[in-house]
Design a protein around this ligand. Structure first.
Ligand code: SR1
Ligand code: MG
Length: 403
């Protein structure tokens, strides 16, 4: 479904009645429809309205970027152009993995608005996992999503000049700067943005004084700053994924840009690991299995695409695919390490850890997260695949489970 073009051109944040009027103006709903509208955004940056017509059961989502970071307030201005980056990324994903993204009905760059499919029959994966749900298809789906989006936007598939033009379209300096600061820099220094419980002070201090760790984080940050390998989602945590027992949908690629392939994989792994840390006895097997399956599907799908669809001459050379896959995995482990640390002591936390009610267990889980992050970053060059990191997960689960 494509909606008619709205005449409204001047940006202002939508209200619930504004959202309803916009959808009527776009003929998504009839002028006399009785509609409900709720602002349901629980992320850090945007407004999200769910508009529904109870009588027909028809509904949709309007997402609108605010000119500042909602989590901090108007003192942190933020470009509206991220709405276009997000919509463009979703449209590109639709070409390669339509089954894993929501339908886009309408976009308006001036209003920083995307009207899209209402996915509320599914659950935000982080919330579902916290509630004890299991998603048997999630690892397989994410492995396929990652392999296809990251292969089809790389130099192995696109002609390099075409890739460079696409990379220009996805230039996303302000959102990248957020990640450069919040993921790679601030948590490793005594920065104002950090936020951690006083009981973690010794662990954090030891992190700040660990110069061999900082050298490795510097290398990972350099990779994020300079390696334009493929169009990455840029914020692929479990809050950016909707799931149910059979369906998986990836949302929110407003941080998308051409970066290192391992970044999305690492963020996904780390956000699964928060679940393991939140309930180590119950979840170690499940989460370790998800990580192994996601990687195995990624590796298989990516290798098939490499063999069948690659346009780069050197992909025929023996050993090149193994070299690329090893680099992706090791980068992913390092980026997962940074994500584990920044979600524990940095500005933006995760409910998986903060929501652990028992204080002793919560602090222990957070200490384990910092320690595992550190090990991931330092040992990534030795990691060869899921089988080499699973023992680290087991040790971490044993530690985090101590009462
Ligand atoms: C100010 S934005 C904080 C975090 O929220 C987003 O979802 C990204 O993860 C970012 O780092
Ligand atoms: Mg987001």
């Amino acid at each position: 479904m494509t909606l008619a073009i709205s005449k409204t051109k001047i940006y202002e944040p939508l209200t619930t009645s504004g959202a309803i009027n916009l959808l009527k103006e776009l003929d998504f709903f009839k002028k006399d429809s009785l509609l409900t509208c709720n602002e349901i955004g629980d992320g850090n940056l945007n407004l999200v309205f769910q508009v529904a017509e109870p009588q027909s059961g028809k509904s949709c989502i309007i997402k609108q970027a605010l000119p500042y970071a909602k989590v901090v307030g108007e003192s942190w201005p933020l470009t509206l152009s991220r709405a276009k980056i997000e919509a463009d990324a979703l449209k590109l994903y639709k070409e390669h993995v339509p089954q894993f993204v929501p339908e886009i009905y309408y976009t308006n760059d001036d209003l920083a608005i995307t009207v899209m499919e209402d996915l509320s029959s599914l659950k935000i994966t982080r919330k579902g996992l916290i509630a004890g749900e299991e998603y048997p298809h999630l690892p397989n789906h994410l492995g396929e999503f990652l392999a296809k989006t990251l292969f089809y936007t790389s130099d192995f598939y696109l002609e390099p000049p075409a890739k460079k033009i696409l990379a220009r379209k996805f230039s996303n300096p302000e959102l990248c700067k957020i990640t450069e600061d919040l993921v790679f820099t601030d948590p490793f220094f005594n920065s104002d943005t950090n936020d951690f419980e006083p009981e973690l002070f010794d662990d954090v201090q030891s992190l700040w004084n660990d110069f061999s760790l900082k050298l490795e984080v510097a290398k990972l940050k350099k990779s994020f700053l300079t390696e334009s390998e493929a169009l990455i989602h840029g914020d692929l945590h479990t809050g950016s994924i909707f799931s149910d027992q059979s369906t998986t949908k990836v949302i929110d690629p407003e941080f998308a840009f051409f970066g290192p392939i391992g970044f999305d994989i690492g963020q996904f792994f780390a956000n699964l690991i928060f679940q393991l840390l939140s309930n180590p006895k119950e979840k170690e097997k499940l989460i370790s299995g998800y990580i192994a399956e996601a990687w195995n599907t990624f590796e298989k799908t990516y290798s098939d695409l490499w063999r069948k669809e690659s346009r780069e001459k050197y992909t025929e050379v023996d050993g090149y695919l193994d070299y690329v896959l090893k680099k992706i995995f090791q980068d992913a482990v390092g980026f997962a390490g940074c994500e584990l640390i920044r979600r524990t002591i940095g500005l933006a936390h995760v409910e998986d850890l903060d929501g652990i009610c028992d204080k002793h267990l919560r602090i222990t889980a957070k200490k384990a997260s910092i320690q595992l992050g550190r090990e991931f970053i330092k040992t990534r060059g030795l990691q060869t695949g899921p089988e080499s990191i699973l023992p680290l997960l087991s040790e971490t689960a044993a530690y985090a489970g101590i009462k």
